[in-house]
Design a protein around this ligand. Structure first.
Ligand code: SF4
Length: 177
């Protein structure tokens, strides 16, 4: 027991160091996203997150967007509780059989214009859960997907970049019609 206490006293932390954060880059990205939302929608961007069967790793990164560091709400990017108030459905995980109906109904409940983002490797094609008896597959098997953000899980900055590229792309599509 004494030996164990002694070892623990001198052993370094087992956790990894957090990566260096670039506040200026986050602010620039979030501001660009805020401007793109105002141009495209005339107001702030509202996001409804749907966990269709994720391991929760992707949710940890999404939640980080609302923490004290990223605090994306200060740029008018809001997570909403109801699909009726959403512009973007941010879907994580492989779609499980138990969630496929709920995902489809949530999609139908979201007013147009709306966009669907499949977030994380599992959302593309089931990822490491593909082939499971409980999994239907990727998000596009159930609802149309406008953008896939890769990663397992994608970090907050990658999520912001994905949202920005989606708004930029849809703005260009509107301009060219
Ligand atoms: S992509 Fe990775 S973190 Fe996200 S749900 Fe799948 S296994 Fe979990």
């Amino acid at each position: 027991m004494r030996k164990l206490l002694f070892q623990n006293f001198f052993r370094g932390p087992l956790t990894e160091r957090a990566p260096a954060l670039d506040e200026a880059a986050v602010e620039e990205l979030a501001t660009a996203l805020q401007r793109a939302a105002r141009r495209r929608l005339g107001r702030s961007l509202s996001i409804r997150e749907i966990d269709a069967g994720s391991c929760n790793g992707c949710e940890l990164e999404i939640h980080a967007l609302s923490n004290a560091y990223y605090d994306v709400e200060r740029f008018g990017i809001r997570f909403v509780a109801s699909p009726r108030h959403a512009d973007v459905l941010l879907v994580t995980g492989p779609v499980t059989k138990n969630m496929s109906d709920a995902l489809e109904r949530t999609y139908r409940a979201t007013p147009d214009p709306k966009w669907v983002i499949a977030l994380g490797d599992c959302a593309r094609d089931g990822g490491c859960f593909a082939g499971s008896y409980a999994v239907v597959g990727g998000v596009s098997q159930i609802v149309p997907v406008d953008l896939h953000i890769p990663g397992c899980p994608p970090p907050p900055v990658t999520i912001l970049q994905g949202l920005l590229s989606l708004l930029d792309r849809t703005a260009k599509n509107v301009a060219s019609t």
